[in-house]
Write a protein that binds this ligand. Structure first.
Ligand SMILES: C[S@@+](CC[C@H](N)C(=O)[O-])C[C@H]1O[C@@H](n2cnc3c(N)ncnc32)[C@H](O)[C@@H]1O
Length: 280
């Protein structure tokens, strides 16, 4: 492990009181922090993070319906997912993306996932802040739930924006590894990745849990072993378990205690996630 990274993780640990440090791995390299990501990121040293994955609120939980296990259910992922109106949503996206830019190293990059409800604001905020947009990846979810209203195409994709900190960044990309994984041809920006397997939900569910296969591709493509990865919207800890499995240091931030507990259980006993990563 790289000693700079150790120093950065421990500086971060020291800056956070034991009240909000929810979990620290035995190696000291992965930690989960309870709190609002804006406040927690303000305590992280500037230019300390190599890679960020952010799966922010999509502002989806506004009284619509969706299909879950064949049944019509209201979309209600939690109060954190309610829309505050277009302008306020954009201000929030600008605020956390600004905080991410401050903690990214000069050559660091960020991946942000989203649907049409949030991704245009995220992309515009990135342009306003001077990030360098690298790719807009279409994640094809392979087995999406049917559209019950039959008035729209079935929603089957999410967009993942990849951006470098600024115009001068010399971002890292493991091109040979991605090419090898794509049978010797250049990896395209269209990724077919199935939803999480049951083994990824063995300790309980999160309403917007991402598959480990998605994070595995992102982390392997855009970071090296020993790098520091940050997830400001940690949820069930998908980024955390993949970062730990791939020997990356990690800081995850989450508001809700129940999700921190879920993430810590996955980190303590990662067998089900490792099995899912091996199947991908
Ligand atoms: C879309 S989910 C992330 C799911 C995660 N990628 C996973 O695989 O489980 C967003 C998470 O961010 C949390 N959250 C929302 N606003 C937050 C904030 N301001 N600071 C920290 N966490 C926040 C929510 O509680 C929720 O668990």
């Amino acid at each position: 492990m790289n000693t700079m990274m150790n120093a950065e993780v421990s500086a971060f640990g020291a800056a956070n009181s034991t009240d909000n440090l929810h979990y620290v791995s035995d190696s000291g390299q992965q930690m989960l922090v309870q709190g609002d990501c804006l406040e927690v990121m303000a305590r992280l040293p500037a230019e300390s993070v190599d890679l960020i994955f952010a799966d922010p609120p999509y502002f989806l939980s506004n009284g619509g319906v969706t299909c879950q296990s064949g049944k019509m259910v209201k979309v209600d992922k939690g109060s954190w997912d309610r829309s505050r109106g277009v302008e306020a949503n954009h201000e929030l996206n600008l605020a956390w993306l600004r905080a991410c830019q401050r903690v990214l190293k000069a050559d660091g990059t960020i991946f942000v996932s989203g649907t049409r409800h949030v991704i245009f604001s995220v992309g515009f905020a990135m342009q306003q802040l001077g990030y360098k947009l690298l790719n807009d990846i279409a994640w094809f979810k392979v087995t999406p739930p049917p559209n019950l209203s039959c008035r729209y195409f079935t929603h089957a994709t999410e967009t993942i924006l990849w951006a470098a900190r600024d115009a001068g960044s010399k971002h890292y990309f493991d091109y040979p590894l991605m090419k090898e994984e794509n049978g010797g041809k250049q990896m395209k920006s269209l990724w077919s990745i199935k939803p999480p397997y049951k083994s990824e939900k063995r300790f309980g569910k999160h309403p917007t849990q991402k598959p480990v296969a998605l994070l595995s591709r992102i982390i392997r493509a855009a970071s090296r072993p020993g790098d520091l990865v940050l997830d400001p919207f940690n949820g069930s800890g998908t980024t955390a378990v993949v970062a730990a499995a791939l020997d990356r240091a990690f800081v995850g931030v989450e508001l809700e205690k129940q999700y921190l507990e879920l993430a810590a259980s996955r980190l303590r006993d990662p067998a089900g996630d490792l099995e899912a990563m091996a199947r991908a």
